[in-house]
Design a protein around this ligand. Structure first.
Ligand code: ZN
Length: 266
């Protein structure tokens, strides 16, 4: 069975920057006074899906969280598996337009290679190339405020350390030894390759039954696009239901981390 048909786990890591985990945890009571924070983290950069996600989020007064491939729109970009097809991906005019509308756009690598499987120096170069491209092409982008989302949520200790020396935070495997005690490496899962509506619903229902925290679900496209898509109708109904949940806030990853960082340095 293809590895990608298994449930995958992803996590968030935050660079040290003098941030104590416990002090941050104490402040992670929700940025808006809520006990439960939820992020739907959309990967890859599917143009049609991302505009649709943006519309649905806007209709609910929310900002979406997008992670895009730096070279996805360039002629050199090669398709990845059966899901990330060049003709489906947007470009930086799209990403700037979505950002101007109040959504978050973060790096998801240069060309979606599994960086853990490349020679270390090559992976580092690809990460820098991605970050440089974002710096040059995405309005208002700063590495110090960025979350780098590893393709396939696959990384190594060396790569994580290297990347964390360049950006605010990373998203990678949760079974990484270095992430076990990091309270900001929140375990989350992604499901595919078929429709994930009922799976998302179950993850969130279980989360809402818990005492609280921060749940990050790594998702991809809508309807017929991407690995493990959600249906747009489901997403719309889900958000309608969730925005009325008193204890829940729905926020982009970088927004949460940058606000926590600001709180920590006050
Ligand atoms: Zn991806």
């Amino acid at each position: 069975m293809n590895k990608r048909t298994f449930i995958k786990s992803t996590v968030l890591g935050i660079s040290s920057l003098g941030l104590g985990c416990s002090s941050l945890l104490n402040k992670n009571q929700g940025l808006t006074g809520k006990t439960h924070s939820l992020t739907l983290s959309f990967d890859d950069g599917f143009k049609k899906s991302f505009y649709k996600v943006a519309e649905i989020f806007e209709a609910h007064g929310l900002s979406a969280c997008f992670n895009v491939i730096a070279s996805g729109h360039l002629p050199s970009f090669q398709k990845v598996d059966d899901w990330i097809l060049p003709e489906l991906l947007g470009n930086f005019d799209d990403w700037n337009a979505l950002k101007r509308r109040g959504h978050e756009v973060m790096p998801h690598s240069w060309k979606h290679l599994n960086l853990a499987r490349q020679p270390l120096e090559e992976s580092k170069e690809l990460i820098l190339k991605c970050l440089d491209y974002f710096t040059e092409n995405l309005e208002g982008y700063e590495n110090e405020e960025a979350v780098f989302n590893f393709p396939f949520n696959s990384s190594t200790q060396e790569l994580e350390e290297f990347t964390l020396s360049k950006v605010l935070a990373i998203r990678s495997y949760e079974n990484n030894e270095s992430s076990k005690d990091n309270l900001f490496r929140k375990g989350c899962r992604t499901m595919g390759p078929t429709n994930i509506d009922s799976w998302v619903d179950k993850q969130i229902k279980n989360f809402l039954k818990s005492k609280g925290g921060w749940l990050v679900l790594n998702v991809h496209g809508l309807d017929d696009e991407g690995w493990g898509p959600m249906s747009s109708d489901f997403l719309s109904k889900l958000l309608t239901k969730l925005i009325s949940v008193e204890k829940l806030e729905i926020l982009p990853t970088g927004y949460v981390l940058n606000n926590l960082k600001a709180l920590d340095t006050q």
